[in-house]
Design a protein around this ligand. Structure first.
Ligand code: SAH
Ligand code: SF4
Length: 366
């Protein structure tokens, strides 16, 4: 059976045209848009200010979400929720919601798998299946926002736990998006940006661009393209090593785009946007966590408008890579700080629920 297109694939203009073709007046598109992006409707049946016939046509031809819940996990402290979502073609992707005191951040995927093959990453080990569509990217954010609003996704898995109620304070809003789930956003650039345009559009989901961070493995042409975008998003670059020999071992795409090319693109980006760039550095025991590595990194980043996130590695099953010790992480951070490079050691979230990139999908597929 051919799956009908999700409404989330459409721009407002496309939706207006579609409804016009059905004979509906123009303002109906505004109403539908509001139901979907502001009231977070999951079903056209909820759209009570629309004629019944239009609701039925919408339900049949433009279902709202392309996602169903294949699994849901909550960390013991209830601060991290991870979903494995099933897509219409049966593929699965991960989305993680992280609850902090003042912020609620969703981490979204842009591809099913990833072609970049980073050796410490569960997603990279599985290879690339396909790109996500814009609607599949948008849908992850809406699902997290609905959960925060105390609403539920449809579920089809026997072991699914989503029938449980949402959070106690049910009217929390989603405040941040990080594009740091499965996949390389710059390898699926147009669809990722189409999704981000909808998510930032004040008439649609309307999240401020400054509350969104896009993380890349370091594809120079993507970094340069992003610098030209009108949206003021934040850029994060996954560096993990400051010399090409080590970086190529950890991040194989470095062979094609070595550090000097990545850094040249980052410098152009900062020159153009005047925005601070985040560098991610997954600290791996005895691989990239020595004082010498910290000094090398500070040399590379000297004078740059940047911040370094030091993330003790999330261990991946059957992988030899282990997290740096807390002592080594602290020493690494202090060396950077002493050389004027602002750096934070990030807490690892949701270790008990395979919250690291690609880990839950991998477990469920095994
Ligand atoms: N492909 C993009 C975005 C998705 S990965 C990128 O690589 O930046 C998001 C972040 O998670 C990256 O910084 C990536 O290096 C990091 N990551 C992947 N596997 C990890 C692991 N096992 N432990 C810690 N960080 C990991
Ligand atoms: Fe892909 Fe990012 Fe994982 Fe590397 S770290 S394999 S680029 S998802």
């Amino acid at each position: 059976m051919i799956q009908p297109t999700s409404l989330l694939e459409l721009t407002k203009t496309e939706l207006t045209a579609r409804l016009a073709a059905w004979g509906a007046p123009r303002y109906r598109a505004d109403q539908v848009w509001e139901w979907v992006y502001k009231k977070l409707a999951t079903d056209a049946a909820e759209m009570t200010n629309l004629p019944v016939a239009l609701r039925e046509q919408l339900a049949a031809e433009l279902p709202i979400t392309p996602l169903t819940v294949a699994a849901e996990r909550r960390s013991q402290d209830n601060q991290t929720i991870k979903w494995l979502f099933r897509l219409p073609d049966g593929q699965t992707i991960e989305t993680v919601l992280m609850l902090y005191d003042q912020r609620q951040t969703v981490c979204i995927s842009t591809q099913v798998g990833c072609a970049m093959g980073c050796v410490f990453c569960a997603t990279g080990q599985a290879g690339l299946a396909r790109n996500l569509s814009a609607g599949e990217i948008v849908a992850q954010v809406l699902a997290a926002a609905r959960w925060l609003a105390g609403r539920q996704e449809t579920a089809d898995a026997a072991h699914d736990q989503s029938a449980q109620p949402g959070p106690a304070s049910a009217n929390q809003r989603l405040t941040n998006i990080v594009v740091m789930g499965m996949g390389e956003p710059f390898a699926n650039y147009e669809r990722t940006w189409a999704a981000l345009r909808t998510l930032t559009d004040p008439q649609a989901f309307g999240l401020g661009a400054r509350h969104i961070t896009v993380s890349t493995v370091g594809l120079p042409q993507g970094i340069r393209k992003m610098a030209e975008e009108p949206l003021q998003l934040n850029l994060a670059v996954s560096l993990h090593a400051a010399n090409d020999t080590l970086r190529t071992q950890l991040v194989p795409i470095n062979h094609r785009y070595p550090i000097a090319e990545v850094m040249a693109a980052v410098r152009d980006y900062i020159g153009r946007t005047k925005r601070r760039v985040t560098f991610e550095y997954a600290l791996m025991h005895r691989i990239n966590d020595s004082p010498a590595h910290a000094r090398e990194l500070s040399g590379l980043l000297k004078g740059l408008l940047c911040h370094v996130n030091l993330i003790p590695l999330n261990p991946v099953a059957e992988s030899p890579y282990q997290p740096a010790t807390p002592e080594n992480a602290a020493a690494f951070q202090q060396i950077l700080a002493a050389r004027g490079i602002p750096a934070t050691v990030r807490l690892r979230r949701g270790l008990d629920i395979d919250a690291g990139c690609g880990q839950l999908r991998r477990r469920m597929n095994n």
